[in-house]
Ligand binder design. Structure first.
Ligand code: ACO
Length: 388
């Protein structure tokens, strides 16, 4: 019998698909990707439009509430986020106990989970509860990223500045300098581009966690854990390391030959969905070029261009092209961010998408409980430990 009863409907079993490639895990209205055409939309709006005309908080509102905010909606939302930016001194004290050599994303994940200690009420049918959780998570995560950066150097974190917008405030919190408006704008565009991307691994993780009806802090913390790996958000840190290892344009081809001969993956290339260049990588490349032109040519930008061309020649016919992570590390480096916080920067942005999926999951919730194909043995004898 190849059918599984699922309430009123009958479903046909399917073969095991490693990585669930091509298997729908949800019905969603949050974003749409066409991997053949290289198109990405948030709530039906092309990412190119949003990167050019929107800002991160407006895009976050769009993703989470499903429509562009009115001017009043946006002002109120910005006001609320500004007024929730500070983090409790006890959380700062907790971060001071973290090992300074620990990875920043782990520190932020632990801090987000600890936020849940203060707001554990789970009133999912109360729109005010959902709104407060969204505002707190969007507002406090950048503060936590900047705070850990200062704490691990033995310094006290800075107080967020109410007169600065989302991206500019983060640049200030990290550098303690007046933020450069052009750099703040480019960082804001990067946040928009990283905010959401359909059913990727960390979003799937967020939805699975959300489906148990746990609190949104646990949802975001679990998604952050999934984001960190080198096959997902962790790739941007690896790309920068790879460009550093390559060191010069002349070394691009020998490096690529060696990596491919050893069966290694080239970080920042390939994607489960995109069969052409990732549209976000296209925009990111333009931003990296803009930074290079306006702030002095970054030699890693030249290496990146040469590497992309060489990978295109070697792997293009296998539909392996640059993904969003390839140029993001370069931009973050040009903006002056330390290399090991790149994935945390990705998390600052992606929290918008995770929250949009959390909210959508609550609206139509059924706990995730897939099946498996058991490959083990049956009726094995138990052998007492002394006899083994
Ligand atoms: N370099 C070299 N070969 C690659 C690469 C790469 N970057 N990506 C895929 N391939 C090859 C694989 O070796 C495999 O070859 P094979 O069929 O001969 O074994 C084939 O392409 C298919 O690869 P899969 O791993 O099956 O593709 P999948 O869809 O599972 O993986 C992934 C997608 C994880 C992104 C992969 O392309 C990869 O590892 N890229 C490098 C890491 C990276 O950049 N991650 C960031 C992705 S974007 C994001 O998460 C935000």
């Amino acid at each position: 019998d190849d059918t599984i009863p699922t309430g009123a409907k009958q479903m046909t079993t399917c073969d095991y698909v490693p990585g669930l490639g091509g298997i729908p895990a949800a019905q969603s209205r949050v974003s749409y990707v066409d991997g053949q055409a290289g198109q990405l939309e948030y709530r039906g709006i092309p990412i190119t439009e949003l990167a050019e005309h929107s800002n991160f908080l407006e895009t976050a509102f769009l993703l989470i509430w499903g429509h562009l905010p009115t001017p009043e909606d946006l002002s109120l939302f910005q006001y609320e986020v500004i007024h929730h930016r500070r983090i409790k001194y006890r959380l700062v004290d907790m971060m001071k106990c973290f090992p300074e050599r620990g990875h920043p994303l782990d520190a932020i994940q632990a801090t987000v989970a600890a936020l849940g200690l203060y707001h554990s009420r789970r009133a999912f049918n109360d729109p005010a509860y959902i709104r407060r959780a969204v505002v707190r998570l969007l507002a406090k995560i950048p503060t936590a990223v900047a705070a850990f950066e200062h704490i691990r150097k033995g310094n006290d974190p800075l107080r967020p500045r109410d007169d600065l917008n989302y991206a500019a405030n983060f640049l200030y919190l990290l550098s303690e300098q007046e933020p450069d408006p052009q750099k703040a704008h480019i960082f804001d565009q990067c946040l928009i581009l990283h905010a959401e991307h359909t059913m990727n691994a960390s979003t799937f993780s967020a939805r699975v966690t959300a489906s148990t009806l746990t609190d949104p802090y646990a949802v975001v913390a679990s998604a952050m854990g999934t984001l960190g790996g080198r096959l997902h958000g962790g790739a941007n840190e690896e790309v920068m390391q790879m460009l550093t290892d390559i060191g010069s344009v002349e070394n691009v081809k020998p490096y690529l030959d060696q990596q491919l001969a050893q069966g290694r993956r080239i970080m920042g290339f390939g994607h489960r969905i995109y069969k052409v260049k990732d549209p976000r990588a296209q925009i990111m490349q333009g931003l990296a070029e803009q930074l290079s032109e306006n702030y002095g040519c970054d030699r890693y930008y030249g290496i990146a261009l040469a590497l992309e061309k060489a990978v295109e020649e070697r792997l293009g016919d296998r539909q392996i092209h640059a993904n969003v992570e390839f140029y993001s590390g370069l931009i973050f480096r040009q903006l002056g961010f330390p290399a090991d916080i790149f994935t945390s920067l990705f998390a600052i942005a992606r929290v918008a998408g995770w929250l949009a999926h959390w909210k959508e999951q609550l609206d139509t919730n059924r706990i995730y409980r897939p099946s498996q194909i058991y490959m083990g043995q049956h009726d094995q004898p138990y052998i007492p430990v002394v006899d083994r």
